[in-house]
Write a new protein. Structure first.
Length: 424
């Protein structure tokens, strides 16, 4: 049957799940289920619990291993579940020796232990130093290759538990990244996506470290055969000059940036301990659009952060248009235990829900404007499985017929269909 993986959360978890699968299979653990959890919201943790119980009902004899950020932060919570056999920390899940030990000891096949403590294999993530680049298998589960180049975060935003799950910032070596990128291209990847917990902090934990711009430049120089390089979520105030120059001048670097903005109100941003102001966000988008007119921006925005009033939320809604955002991930605020924001005066749950709904409505309208503006324009599309593909600015395009994955096709759209364009 193989390893069954259930992955929650970010692209980083997506990449690491493939590493887990390769390592567990190599160790001989072919009959297990692994839940790779997310801790960003309480809902994500709740869904992980649901998935564990579902897997146990479907095949009660199969061992279940729980890992990821929620497992790192709350290992006892998952170890207390009778369905769970082992809980692995975020560092341990990427260690091949851990999987070999589990396989050789035959402990997983013995069924869940009654001793909660014995189930937990979770170290101090703040002591983690390894940042070896992890990658997906090109043209395996995905039509683009994902490459993790950074892990951890040195910032302490008041709403965020991720540093508790991921540890301090650490960056992969440039040469090692290029080796993995070359393997992805050799496997058929036309596009590589660089990922990290705090991608724009790449190299900054060392005084002489390379910047993200330097890394991107090195990848493109070393791999002239790589057709497209894409970046995952960025912090606008950390974008370095080399990266700005590449965005402006390098056609192989995709014109699509997803920004960690979180709010459009300066007081809320201050209480979040963000490092940018509203004006910084607007200025950044204006500057980058002048450098690369075809660029599209996405952003994460939170509705109902503690102390947020209606005027503050209105400034967040207005930011969508003022920054010209095309892709908005809107989240209702979820207090996470152990964070300063959880101890701040909370917005009523009904108000949070109502604001989140308005945020989603504004996001849908913004994406609709983005799509309408691209009707009739030529698009370069990387095909995915089925009948879809992604343009350079990440616009979803539907062909109306099956296409082979991994091709780059020139098309012109003639109409909108929901959240996508229809290719002519």
């Amino acid at each position: 049957m193989g390893v069954e993986l259930v992955t929650f959360g970010c692209r980083l978890n997506l990449v690491e799940s493939e590493t887990i699968e390769r390592q567990s299979l190599a160790a001989g653990l072919s009959e297990i289920a692994v839940i790779n959890t997310c801790a960003v919201t309480a809902e994500a943790v709740r869904q992980a619990g649901q998935a564990i119980r579902r897997l146990a009902r479907e095949r009660p004899e199969r061992p279940i291993v729980v890992t990821g950020c929620a497992a790192q932060i709350e290992p006892a919570r998952f170890a207390a579940m009778p369905e769970v056999t082992r809980v692995l920390g975020n560092a341990e899940k990427l260690d091949p020796a851990r999987w070999r030990t589990l396989a050789s000891s035959n402990s997983l096949r013995a069924g869940p232990s009654a001793d909660v403590t014995s189930k937990i294999v979770v170290g101090d993530i703040m002591q983690a130093r390894d940042a070896s680049p992890q990658r997906t298998q090109a043209l395996g589960l995905h039509t683009r290759g994902f490459l993790q180049v950074q892990n951890g975060c040195d910032h302490r935003c008041t709403f965020c538990v991720i540093p508790l799950g991921r540890g301090n910032a650490r960056s992969a070596d440039v040469a090692e990244v290029i080796v993995q990128a070359r393997r992805l291209v050799a496997e058929g990847a036309s596009e590589i996506v660089l990922t990290g917990v705090d991608l724009t902090s790449y190299g900054r934990e060392r005084s002489d470290g390379p910047t993200l711009g330097a890394l991107v430049g090195a990848i493109l120089a070393a791999l002239p055969e790589l057709k497209r390089l894409r970046l995952s979520s960025l912090d606008a105030v950390e974008v370095d000059d080399d990266l700005r120059d590449l965005i402006a001048d390098e056609p192989r670097l995709m014109p699509h940036l997803h920004l960690s903005l979180q709010s459009g109100d300066d007081l809320v941003l201050k209480r979040m301990k963000r490092r940018h102001s509203r004006a910084d966000a607007i200025s950044f988008c204006k500057e980058l659009r002048a450098l690369r007119p075809d660029i599209a921006f996405g952003a994460d925005l939170i509705a109902g952060f503690p102390t947020e009033d209606e005027a503050m939320f209105a400034r967040t809604l207005a930011l969508i248009e003022e920054c010209g955002l095309s892709y908005v991930h809107g989240f209702p605020f979820s207090p996470r235990p152990g964070t300063p924001a959880a101890r701040m005066p909370q917005v009523a749950g009904g108000e949070i829900k109502e604001r989140a709904a308005r945020l989603r409505e504004a996001a849908e309208a913004a994406h609709g404007r983005h799509l309408s503006a691209r009707i009739g324009r030529p698009l370069s599309v990387l095909t995915e499985r089925g009948d879809t593909g992604r343009a350079e600015d990440f616009t979803l395009v539907r062909f109306g017929h099956s296409v082979a994955p991994g091709q780059i096709l020139g098309v012109t759209s003639h109409a909108r269909s929901g959240k996508s364009l229809l290719a002519a």
